[in-house]
Design a protein around this ligand. Structure first.
Ligand code: BEZ
Length: 210
């Protein structure tokens, strides 16, 4: 069965472009973004890994470690990293797992046989420091993912873990937030100051700590 939100992300030990790695040890107390791609030396994947490398500082600021995976081998990954660095003007420093036996792809349900029997789809798992799965998404091979969106979700998760808030459609860090239904307006004013009540169930406050 596929992993669901709130499940514990399965641990594994794997060969990667940075050597043998244990997932939990690698993450330590960080958040993780585990993302699969169909194959090395393919154009969309090249841009995706380039974008991830370019966002290195943004991930680091949020205490997030990216880790990529495909069913290609370590040698292939290492050669391809050279191409990514050259064509995307980056330095890929996060590990790329070589899941040739498809062990991790199986654990995370990354192969969707009706799409392809042999390669991993574009899955993303955001894992929190307690190793809980906090987001899953799956994109088709033909559509590159938006890694700014992954950062945006992490901002929302980290904010709403700390405060009794939710974030509205298209929210970005710094925008007004939504008071969750469990908090009454008197309490919301105590916690967040001014409350803009559009409807009793739709109440906005300034984002705390900006
Ligand atoms: C790509 O990354 O460019 C790609 C991979 C598999 C199918 C189509 C495109």
């Amino acid at each position: 069965m596929s992993l669901r939100l709130g499940d514990i992300a399965p641990d594994f030990t794997a060969e990667t472009s940075l050597g043998t790695l244990n997932f939990y040890d690698y993450l330590g107390n960080s958040w993780g973004v585990l993302f699969s791609h169909p194959a090395d030396f393919t154009p969309v994947c090249t841009t995706e890994l380039g974008k991830t490398a370019a966002l290195k500082e943004e991930f680091a600021k949020r205490n997030v470690k990216p880790i990529a995976i495909s069913v290609d081998g370590v040698e292939s990954h290492n050669q391809w990293i050279g191409d990514i660095n050259e064509t995307q003007d980056v330095s890929v420093q996060f590990p790329i797992i070589a899941d040739e036996e498809k062990h991790i792809a199986g654990l995370y349900d990354m192969i969707h046989p009706n799409s392809s029997e042999t390669v991993t789809v574009r899955s993303v798992f955001i894992v929190d420091p307690a190793k809980k799965v906090r987001l899953t998404l799956t994109y088709p091979a033909s559509t590159g993912r938006n890694f700014n969106e992954i950062i945006r979700v992490i901002d929302s998760l980290q904010l709403t873990d700390q405060h009794k808030l939710a974030t509205p459609a298209n929210w970005i860090n710094g925008d007004d937030c939504i008071v969750t239904p469990a908090v009454d307006t008197t309490k919301a004013k105590e916690l967040f100051g001014d409350v803009k009540e559009v409807k009793p169930y739709l109440r906005y406050v300034k984002q705390p700590n900006v």
